[in-house]
Design a protein around this ligand. Structure first.
Ligand code: ADP
Length: 246
């Protein structure tokens, strides 16, 4: 607005202005298409667990009096769908509007990651997966957002691990390495892994309760803290995520 607008006087200036206008419209259209795709993907992801909940309840309505075991199975699958919805909504909120850093305080990375291990311990133990944490480090940041980063990285390291596998988290000052002995990430997928809704294997990711938003959220939060994240292969198998805060 502060720019002075001069009325074009020559043919060249009119052509230049028309070109600039056209470019602006293309950019607007591009970002509208991105938004539209994002909303369509989000609605699609929300629909899956909602449809599962609806079917589970309908099946029960058809014959309300059932055995105790049948109730237990129902509660378990309703619980899984609800958890999936809740994680998806959390990631959607973080991704769309809650990513602003609200506080900048010293965050003890070891304490923060130990808390997440505690939260995820049961799902790791169910599959015989061990989580080792070593080292120390303090960075200045928003602990609520940083919790989301390491929750998503660790829950992926569990979900895409093999039974009896290992996860190692190594903290050294402002650098954190999260490595697992799981299925690994194919080289051709590495360039896309941080895009919203990208999954290497959609049906597998769905089965494991994924939404394809986890790593997009991780990258965006890390960059808001002035850091970066990269993926490496973990020898002989699995993935390694290296997070560096500056
Ligand atoms: P999702 O909800 O599908 O897990 P993410 O954004 O967290 O979405 O991850 C995107 C994709 O990256 C996943 O679908 C999976 O294919 C792959 N991925 C993420 N973390 C790992 C990991 N530790 N090991 C192997 N593949 C992974």
């Amino acid at each position: 607005l502060s720019q002075q607008i001069t009325v074009p006087s020559t043919k060249d200036e009119v052509a230049e202005l028309a070109l600039a206008f056209q470019r602006m419209m293309e950019k607007l259209n591009q970002s509208y298409q991105i938004q539209k795709r994002f909303s369509a993907n989000a609605a699609h992801e929300l629909r899956t667990p909602l449809a599962a909940l609806q079917t589970q309840l309908e099946v029960f309505q058809m014959k309300p009096n059932r055995e105790k075991e049948e109730y237990e199975t129902l509660f378990q699958s309703v619980g899984e769908s609800t958890e999936r919805l809740s994680n998806l909504v959390k990631d959607l909120l973080t991704f769309t509007n809650e990513q602003t850093i609200e506080r900048r305080e010293p965050v003890e990375l070891r304490d923060l990651i130990e808390e997440i291990r505690f939260e995820l311990e049961d799902s790791a133990a169910e599959r015989g997966i061990k989580i080792h944490i070593s080292g120390q480090g303090v960075i200045i940041g928003d602990d609520r957002l940083l919790q989301r980063v390491f929750y998503n990285l660790l829950s992926n390291a569990i979900r895409y691990n093999t039974d009896g596998g290992t996860i190692s988290v190594d903290i050294s000052d402002s650098k954190v390495m999260v490595e697992d002995t799981g299925i690994g990430i194919p080289d051709e997928a590495k360039a896309h892994i941080f895009e919203a809704f990208f999954c290497v294997d959609k049906s597998r990711s769905r089965e494991l309760g994924g939404s394809g938003l986890g790593l997009a959220v991780v990258k965006s939060i890390i960059e808001k803290h002035g850091g970066e994240i990269r993926i490496e292969n973990n020898d002989p198998q699995g993935s390694r995520f290296v997070v560096t805060f500056h």
